[in-house]
Structures are given as C-alpha cells and as structure tokens.
Design a protein around this ligand. Structure first.
Ligand code: AP5
Ligand code: ZN
Length: 217
C-alpha cells in the first residue's frame, strides 16, 4: 500500500504518517527529515540545500526526485510506503508516477489534511522534538507529561527547527499555495484524493486517517 500525505506546513503530516507507519508497518518517508539529516551531516547535498531550507523555499526538483527514487527502492518499502512532504510540485508528482510505473507500483491513496492557515503559525512555532528519540511535542497541544522529560525515552534535550521561525513560516506557506496546492487537481481527477479534517484534535484526525486507509485495504 503506497500513500501520499499532502497538506501545508504544520498540517500534521509528520504526526499522522508516523502513526500510520506504526499501525500498518509501512515505511514513513519524510523528505524534510531526509534533507535535515543531510544538512546535519554536512554532506554535499546538505550544503547545497541548507540555505534554501532555512529561507522556506522549495529545494530544486531534480535533487529531491533523485533522493526519492533511491529511497523507494530500499527493501523496507517492499510492503509499501507513506510519503510525507513529497510530491510538492507538478514535476515531482509526474516523476513519482513514472518511477513507480517502472517497478509495477502505483499510489493507492492521497490524503489531504485540510486546515485553517491561521492555526498553522501557532502549531509550528510551538513544535519541538526530543533530541534523543525524535518524539514530537508542542507547547500548546502536546507537552511532555513531566516537564523537561521525554515521555518515550526519558531524555532531557529538546530541539526546535531552524525554519520554524514565524517569518520563514510565511515563506513556506507561500511556497505551498503557489507550488504545491496546484497539484491537488492532478490527484483529484484520478479519484485518488481523500480530504481529512486536519483541524480536529490529533486523535480524531488519526481516526479519520485510519478509516480512510482501512476503506481501501
Ligand atoms: P518539511 O519537513 O516537509 O516541512 P513542512 O511541509 O513545512 O511540514 P512540517 O514538518 O512543518 O509540518 P507537518 O505537516 O509534518 O506537521 P507536524 O505533524 O509536524 O519540509 C521542510 C523543508 O524541506 C521545505 O520548506 C523545503 O525547503 C524542503 N523540502 C522538503 N520536501 C521537499 C520537496 N518534496 N520538494 C522541495 N523541497 C522540499 O505538526 C506540526 C505541529 O502541530 C506539531 O507540533 C504537532 O504536534 C502539532 N499538531 C499536529 N496535528 C495537530 C492537530 N490536529 N491539532 C493540534 N496540533 C497538531
Ligand atoms: Zn525521547
């Protein structure tokens, strides 16, 4: 089963795709996480994309398409995958379909998290992650049960993303509106798009996401 998660920055794609990965045992592939790992490692790709990401712009299509092409051929994708943050342009959507076709695969479902843009800046500004295990938290919506201690691993160090500053968030939303939202009709016309109310509580969004996936399995 191959699934795409679409939605603007802060819509909850990462949160929900991790839960899907845990439930269905299919690999979550976050292009944002992959790029941040390259930046952290100081690789040639990381050096190329660091300032682009920090400014909230999209990384060039050819770089991201090459990254995904190598990733979806790895053995952990044999049962399927969840794409979180890809595709983000029409060129990426078309490249994905043609690379899947080569190996006799296709996208089964495209989930769009529908959200009110006004809520996103607060969600993003409030986000932080455990430095040790990567568990995600939020100042407003999901704080650790014991302040300063990760619920999952007991770690005490937390990190915030460089591009989560309010001025960068505006650029990320603009990139979504201008470059990513126009690909929605591509999936809608193919009858693969399902809209999910991303404004509900995290647990209720998860219920709706699981129901959508269950309906095609
Ligand atoms: P990326 O890492 O993909 O970031 P993004 O799309 O901006 O998405 P986010 O990770 O900010 O949000 P999310 O929807 O995953 O929300 P989350 O679940 O964390 O991309 C970063 C950059 O990399 C891009 O700007 C670009 O430069 C580059 N890039 C990546 N992919 C690319 C591509 N394909 N092409 C070109 N460039 C690319 O939730 C956010 C917060 O809200 C969390 O704190 C969470 O706890 C909370 N929350 C979630 N759901 C709810 C809810 N229902 N109610 C209340 N709070 C909630
Ligand atoms: Zn942790």
């Amino acid at each position: 089963m191959n699934i795409i998660f679409l939605g603007p920055p802060g819509a909850g794609k990462g949160t929900q795709s991790k839960l899907l990965e845990a439930r269905y045992g299919i690999a979550q592939i976050s292009t944002g996480d992959m790029l941040r790992a390259e930046v952290a490692a100081g690789s040639p790709l990381g050096q190329k994309v660091k300032s682009i990401m920090a400014s909230g712009q999209l990384v060039p299509d050819d770089l991201i398409i090459a990254l995904i092409e190598a990733r979806i051929d790895r053995p952990d994708c044999a049962k399927g995958f969840i794409l979180d943050g890809f595709p983000r342009t029409r060129a990426q959507a078309e490249a994905l379909d043609s690379m899947l076709k080569k190996t006799g695969r296709h996208i089964d479902l495209v989930l769009l998290l529908d959200v009110d843009e006004d809520a996103l800046a607060d969600r993003i500004a409030g986000r932080f992650t455990c430095a040790k295990c990567g568990e995600g938290y939020n100042d407003l919506y999901k704080r650790p049960k014991v302040a300063g201690t990760c619920d999952v691993c007991g770690g005490h160090d937390f990190i915030r993303r460089d591009d989560d500053r309010r001025e960068t968030v505006a650029a990320r939303l603009k990139a979504y509106r201008e470059q990513t939202a126009p690909i929605l009709p591509y999936y809608e016309e193919q009858g693969r798009l399902r809209r999910i109310n991303g404004m509900a509580d995290i647990d209720d969004v998860t219920k709706e996401v699981f129901a959508a996936v269950d309906s095609i399995t």
